[in-house]
Unconditional design. Structure first.
Length: 427
């Protein structure tokens, strides 16, 4: 699989010729929204076996081979060159396919307004072959220990047909917000906890969920040990019934990090108690904040490297966004950026005739444009390059896998690259 970045003057036809591919295969693989007017800087996935690498200043056969995890002798052999041959800048090397490692993949599916739209159902159906877990979001805890169930529509059948298992996301959401008071009520009342766990087990059995996933957020520091104790109790009961148990964690960089989203999330305890955790490594750039990458690589790395000091990588799933944002400039506190899919972002750049830039430090694409009302905008989003950079990080750090927030957003390149990089575990 080749990632190609469109250069000035290139067309879909010339790119297809470059890789001995076809227009149809490239358009289909990328589900191109703009095949007749590619954007300079747009990343394309070329569905070929292996990939090509263009030699840069300072490269050697040894350094390139090391970068791709193969021997320099193998690299020389498949390219029909001598291992001792100096490489010229611009020389194109063929990189053979690399062995894939196993990984678990989760994706949340959130019905909006209690309704599973046809777009969301189709998104779940398309993603399910690439998933270990499908997570309808969410089963909301009620103040009497019962659960408010989401609309599951055909999610159970979709999961079963594709060898994925249902992950039951249990939250302290009330009226669309994570509720500190609801969390306090449940975590400080043994009777309510027992009622809640009874309802969770009965519901999971009835609906065929296999993993119980606690996503309790906005808990104050004084509830940290109460949350840990609840999770220990839940794990004992759930394991006895044959369920996995996982948790969602805010993106921390130290055990002492302050703030209402962080202090009750004890990485070490969750790593000891849960079968695995999802770390929400996204939303640095968010709808209510200033324009910046949603999941910049250095910040994501910092969180994951801290997590590895508290738990093994085999328990960590890296959170990944499937969306970007379109911010109106200048940023005004209280304003809200518009969420965009990668496909929508590409069309915006094409419609406004602006090139896409790539921040190599953040590993994220972005562009600016002026709307018809004269207002300036900045868009940060995801593309094949940014996703591949995150997959490389997952492999480098030895993590369990990736968890996506959320389905219903068109990003075909992501699913192609999952198959290129990983053997998806099916339970």
């Amino acid at each position: 699989m080749q990632i190609h970045v469109v250069q000035p003057g290139q067309s879909i036809y010339s790119i297809a010729r470059t890789y001995n591919s076809t227009v149809g295969s490239i358009v289909g693989a990328n589900q191109l929204p703009n095949p007749g007017r590619l954007v300079v800087g747009q990343a394309l996935v070329i569905p070929i076996v292996g990939s090509f690498y263009q030699v840069r200043p300072g490269d050697s056969l040894y350094s390139i081979a090391r970068q791709f995890g193969i021997s320099y002798q193998t690299l020389a052999r498949v390219n029909g060159i001598s291992p001792a041959r100096p490489l010229s800048v611009g020389f194109r090397l063929y990189i053979p396919p690399r062995p894939k490692r196993s990984a678990e993949i989760n994706a949340y599916a959130e019905p909006i307004g209690g309704r599973v739209s046809p777009v969301l159902e189709q998104s779940a159906r398309s993603a399910a072959p690439h998933l270990t877990y499908l997570a309808p979001f969410s089963f909301q805890i009620q103040r009497d220990g019962t659960l408010k169930e989401p609309n599951l529509n055909n999610f159970r059948r979709i999961a079963e047909d594709n060898g994925a298992i249902l992950l039951m996301a249990v939250t302290n959401l009330e009226q669309g917000q994570f509720s500190t008071e609801l969390g306090r009520l449940i975590l400080t009342n043994e009777q309510l906890q027992n009622t809640l766990l009874n309802n969770i087990i009965a519901t999971a059995k009835r609906l065929n969920f296999k993993d119980i996933h606690f996503d309790m957020e906005r808990l104050p520091r004084e509830l940290r040990e109460s949350y840990n104790a609840f999770l220990r109790k839940a794990k004992a009961r759930l394991s006895a019934q044959g369920f996995l148990m996982s948790t969602a964690l805010a993106p921390k960089t130290s055990a002492t990090q302050t703030g209402e989203w962080y202090e009750a999330h004890d990485y070490r305890a969750h790593g000891q108690i849960a079968d695995f955790v999802v770390i929400m490594t996204y939303e640095w750039g968010y709808s209510g904040g200033p324009a910046m990458p949603v999941s910049p690589l250095p910040q994501v790395r910092q969180v994951l490297e801290y997590a590895l000091t508290e738990m093994p990588g085999s328990k960590i799933m890296m959170g990944q966004n499937l969306y970007g944002y379109d911010w109106t400039l200048p940023f005004v506190p209280g304003s809200v950026a518009r969420a965009v899919s990668p496909q929508q972002a590409i069309l915006l750049a094409a419609d406004n005739n602006v090139p896409i830039s790539y921040d190599t430090r953040a590993q994220a694409p972005h562009f600016d444009y002026t709307a018809s009302d004269g207002k300036r905008h900045t868009v940060w989003f995801e593309d094949a390059r940014s996703i591949q950079a995150k997959f490389n990080l997952v492999k480098e750090l030895g993590l369990r896998g990736v968890s996506y927030w959320k389905l219903g957003i068109s990003f075909p390149q992501n699913w192609l690259l999952i198959e290129e990089n990983f053997n998806v575990v099916k339970r």
